[in-house]
Design a protein around this ligand. Structure first.
Ligand SMILES: NC(=O)c1ccc[n+]([C@@H]2O[C@H](COP(=O)([O-])OP(=O)(O)OC[C@H]3O[C@@H](n4cnc5c(N)ncnc54)[C@H](OP(=O)(O)O)[C@@H]3O)[C@@H](O)[C@H]2O)c1
Length: 332
């Protein structure tokens, strides 16, 4: 942990006092140097945050100190204060819990956009959700239920009850061959597979599709398994190592017969290309949270100072839902 001077907002920036920062596998992958978005070291991790407006830089209008806001800076959220351009901030309806609200940013926007913008799901369709007990997985289950999907979810045995409670049929990926299991349960397969595992796993996922189906590939969790999580390992890491094989599967999906496609999804790419969609979808999700139609599962709330423990917990696996770092109240 590092003590630094409190940052001052420059023109057009807003200083935000962070109330909650999300912890997710992309943070661990950035720490390991294997995420495409890894900044130069040293950097402060933290994809997403919810906080209160603390100080306005020159030229900022339309915001008041004390207002609740959120942002997805990709790095830097594990801090007490963060300065961000005003354009990056999205208002959070008052009355929402900061830890629940922050869980919507990376995980639920990812899930929502994959369902409705990449897969364009329709009621009654079948979906297979890998990593279904995890942060994005539980978001996919909750939003998939609202979209009236028939859902199957791979998870280890520890996550099975959470997956069932959220409306999915659990498949223990450690004990069962999910392709066989999907065909046994459904006959001809599913319409969509959401695959954060990457690598050759994408190709297995394709085998679980029915003709006309789509695999939405959105991660490379596989790179963290086996020798992956070895922070003590010296040397440079390849940030883009999963990308060539991904490209191969996308091309293979288009060229091979069977009308089964593999498409990529990246929240940060879509946000850069279409920032208005990110804002619009996040506002729609806050509305669902306010109306209690979704309820993010919070695995643990840990103080910011325990960021290391948070990474260790998530890195070990078996976490159900989202780990959130929360600011400790300072006595007045
Ligand atoms: N493209 C994007 O825009 C985007 C956005 C957000 C996240 N992501 C990616 O999404 C992935 C998940 O992130 P997260 O924060 O949701 O992680 P998480 O909360 O740690 O969840 C990951 C889940 O995957 C499960 N898992 C691991 N190996 C598996 C396998 N072979 N088959 C099925 N399940 C498996 C884990 O279960 P056990 O621990 O029980 O094994 C865990 O429940 C990461 O790769 C992340 O980089 C991508």
């Amino acid at each position: 942990m590092v003590e630094e001077e409190c940052p001052e907002p420059t023109a057009g920036e807003v200083r935000v006092r962070v109330l909650a920062a999300g912890v997710g596998l992309p943070d661990i992958m950035a720490r390991e140097g294997i995420h495409p978005e890894t900044p130069r070291v040293p950097f402060t991790p933290g994809w997403d945050l919810v906080g209160v407006v603390d100080r306005l830089g020159v030229g900022v209008s339309g915001l008041q100190p004390g207002e609740l806001v959120t942002a997805m800076p990709i790095s830097g959220a594990y801090a007490e204060f963060v300065c961000l351009p005003q354009s990056e901030l999205v208002p959070v309806p008052s009355g929402l819990d900061a830890a629940e609200a922050v869980s919507l940013v990376l995980n639920y926007v990812t899930a929502y956009q994959m369902l409705h913008r990449s897969a364009k799901v329709r009621p009654g369709q079948r979906a297979l959700i890998h990593g279904a007990a995890g942060g994005v997985g539980t978001a996919l289950l909750q939003l998939g239920r609202l979209a009236e999907l028939e859902m199957y979810g791979t998870c280890s045995s520890r996550g099975a009850s959470a997956v069932s409670e959220l409306g999915g049929i659990p498949i223990d990926y450690r004990q069962q061959d999910f392709v066989k299991e999907i065909h046994r349960l459904t006959g001809d397969g599913v319409d969509t597979v959401f695959d954060p595992i990457g690598g050759a796993h994408l190709w297995h996922s394709r085998k679980a599709l029915r003709p006309g189906g789509k695999v939405v590939g959105y991660g490379n969790t596989t790179s963290l398994r086996g020798q992956g999580l070895t922070s003590g390992r010296p040397g440079r890491r390849n940030r883009l190592h999963g990308i060539p094989i991904f490209a191969l599967y996308i091309a293979g999906g288009c060229l091979l017969p069977g009308r089964k496609r593999v498409v990529p999804y990246s929240i940060q790419t879509l946000k850069r290309l279409r920032p208005a969609l990110f804002r619009q979808d996040l506002i729609a999700l806050f509305d669902l949270l306010q109306r209690q139609m979704i309820k993010p599962l919070i695995a643990q709330r840990l103080p910011l100072a325990e960021a290391r423990q948070a990474h260790e917990l998530l890195g070990k696996g078996g976490v159900t839902g989202k780990i959130v770092l929360v600011a400790q109240r300072v006595a007045a």
